[in-house]
Every structure is written in structure tokens, then in C-alpha cells.
Design a protein. Structure first.
Length: 319
């Protein structure tokens, strides 16, 4: 079955990134800053879906010491969501049970879908330069509707919520400041899902603060489809590219974000103590590449990453 899933924040959300709690310096010792990313990681969406599917099926139980799958239900849980944690370094398809494919997460409002994309269409690319480019403009802070008729910036979509408080159990000067977000003007997060499980509407949690979201499920045959009118390679999702881009395109406008996962026994139904993996960097959704090589496209075509919504791109058609 194919679904369009929307996620409506019911409270401010905090999606993790590099700007996590950490000391600023001697003069402000004990002060901490953290700022949310705009989007959750695709791996977080996968984890949320696994938990929700097991919960709706009744194999994930809540007990005094937490949540887990009882011994008699482990075979059923494995069939539902697989037994592996997602591994970004793998190229072979992993088995996530009834979860077959997840699209990149995007934004939607009143039936119109928006993706993040460098605002390159305002300019003319010629001989390695963007004609009339204004360096004062944040060319990366741009969201465009799938039909190319509407453009937004972060200020149009994301409302920052700042909070300053004392760290629990902290001593003098143990303040922290965090910036969460809410979505403005009826914007919602959305993604497409192919799954053998008949998912139902629910309330789910996501992010560092376990913020609540309203999950709405609609059956559909639609997909996330966008074609760049200039034929530029455009990343629709955060992407793990392992070859040098400077050798595999003539021009690019990109941004990078860090990625870390929790490592331990790769089992979704057994409680384990995990440690963070080595940090790697992904090219952020919205990045564009001009005259991309076959090697770059081949590098993007990692089926394991693509099945949960990483490394998704469009090339479009040149006029």
C-alpha cells in the first residue's frame, strides 16, 4: 500500500544537529546553546515508523522499566520491522519488514507541496558564474513548490521558539538556551510511504525533546516528483556522496550537515546500550550540481540509502 503521511507539530520541536549542548568558553562557563534543525533525519522517520507499526500491531508493550517486545512476540516484530538498525555505510538492501520505501521528507500546505532548493532559477548560469548574483542574498534559504509557482524562505515557514532555563541539577551559572521551531500558516511535514502494514492515524513523538506530532495517513498513488527546468541535478534529500564533487561537476551550490547514529547490537527488538558512530557529512537537500558526471550519479544510486529517503535526486529535462 502507498500512503502520504503528514506530520503536524503539536508543540515546538527540536531536531538534533551539531549545535547541541556544549560550553561556550571560560567567561560563560556553564552556559549552553542548542538550535534545532529544520527537518528530522530520514533515519529518525524510519525509527518512528518502526515504533508506531509495532505499537499499532500490539507487539511493543509499555512496562515499568520502559518499552520492549516480549519473547513470544519477537518473531512477529521481526516480520513487521526487521531486526536491523539502519546502517548508512551499507549499499546492500537492508530488511525493514513491512516498510518498503520512504520518500524524502518535505513540506506541504493546503494541498501544495514544497521542497528545499537553491534559488538558482533567479540567475543565469554561464561560464562558471551566476549572472547578476547578489552575494547578500542567502541563495540556499529557499523553498519552492513542486509546480514552480511559489517560493518561500525559512522565515515564511519556521517560527523560532527560544527558551532559557536552568539545567536540572546544575550549579551557579548552569543556564542553557535552546531554539526550537513551530511551523507557520498551516505548513506540515510530509513524506510518502510504501508499506505492507495498514498504518492508522496516531500521535507520535520525534526529536530530542520527544515532541508530539499528529500523524495523518492518506492512501495515494502519488510520489514526490520534481523536475528541474534547467536539467540541473537537484538533491531532494540529504545525500551521502563519497567521491569528490569538484571532479564530478562543473559547478555546484551545496550545504553540508553532519550525521551520526547510535551503534551497538543491530537489533530492533532487544534493549542495548548504544554509542555514537563516527561523524560523517551529508550534502543537504536542495543542493544543486551542474553538468554532473555519470560517476556522481552512480555514487548517489545507493539502493539501501534510497529505500529510506536518502540520496534521492532529480535531473529534470533541459529545454
Amino acid at each position: 500500500m502507498n500512503y502520504k503521511i503528514t506530520l503536524t507539530p503539536l508543540e515546538p520541536f527540536l531536531f538534533g544537529g551539531d549545535n547541541t549542548f556544549g560550553k561556550l568558553g571560560d567567561k560563560t562557563s556553564g552556559t549552553y546553546l542548542v538550535k534545532s534543525r529544520q527537518f528530522p533525519q530520514q533515519s529518525a522517520i524510519l525509527g518512528m515508523l518502526k515504533k508506531q507499526i509495532m505499537t499499532q500491531d500490539g507487539v511493543l508493550t509499555r512496562k515499568v522499566r520502559g518499552e520492549w517486545v516480549d519473547k513470544q512476540d519477537k518473531k512477529r516484530a521481526k516480520k513487521l520491522v526487521g531486526s536491523e538498525k539502519f546502517d548508512i555505510e551499507k549499499s546492500q538492501l537492508q530488511d525493514f519488514g513491512t516498510i518498503k520505501n520512504i520518500s524524502p521528507i518535505f513540506l506541504t500546505r493546503n494541498g501544495k507541496d514544497y521542497i528545499k532548493k537553491v534559488a538558482i532559477d533567479k540567475y543565469i548560469y554561464k561560464d562558471g558564474l551566476l549572472e547578476n548574483y547578489n552575494p547578500k542574498e542567502n541563495i540556499y534559504d529557499n523553498f519552492i513548490s513542486i509546480d514552480n509557482l511559489d517560493m518561500k524562505t525559512s522565515n515564511d515557514i519556521f517560527k523560532p521558539i527560544e527558551q532559557t532555563a536552568n539545567k536540572k541539577g546544575g550549579q551557579e551559572n548552569s543556564l542553557f538556551k535552546k531554539t526550537s521551531y513551530l511551523l507557520k500558516d498551516d505548513f506540515k511535514f510530509a513524506f510518502y510511504l510504501e508499506s505492507d502494514f495498514e498504518l492508522q492515524n496516531s500521535i507520535v513523538t520525534l526529536g530530542a525533546d520527544q515532541s508530539k506530532f499528529k500523524l495523518k495517513v492518506t492512501q495515494t498513488n502519488d510520489n514526490l516528483e520534481y523536475q528541474d527546468k534547467n536539467g540541473y541535478l537537484t538533491l531532494l534529500s540529504d545525500s551521502y556522496i563519497t567521491i569528490p564533487i569538484k571532479n564530478n561537476c562543473t559547478f555546484a551550490i551545496t550545504s553540508e550537515i553532519s550525521y551520526q547514529s547510535l551503534q551497538g547490537k543491530k537489533h530492533s527488538t532487544i534493549h542495548n546500550k548504544f554509542e555514537k558512530s563516527t561523524k560523517i557529512y551529508l550534502y543537504e537537500k536542495g543542493s544543486i550540481f551542474i553538468n554532473s558526471s555519470k560517476e556522481l550519479i552512480d555514487n548517489l544510486n545507493n539502493k539501501n540509502l534510497q529505500q529510506i529517503g536518502y540520496n534521492i535526486y532529480t535531473i529534470g529535462e533541459t529545454k
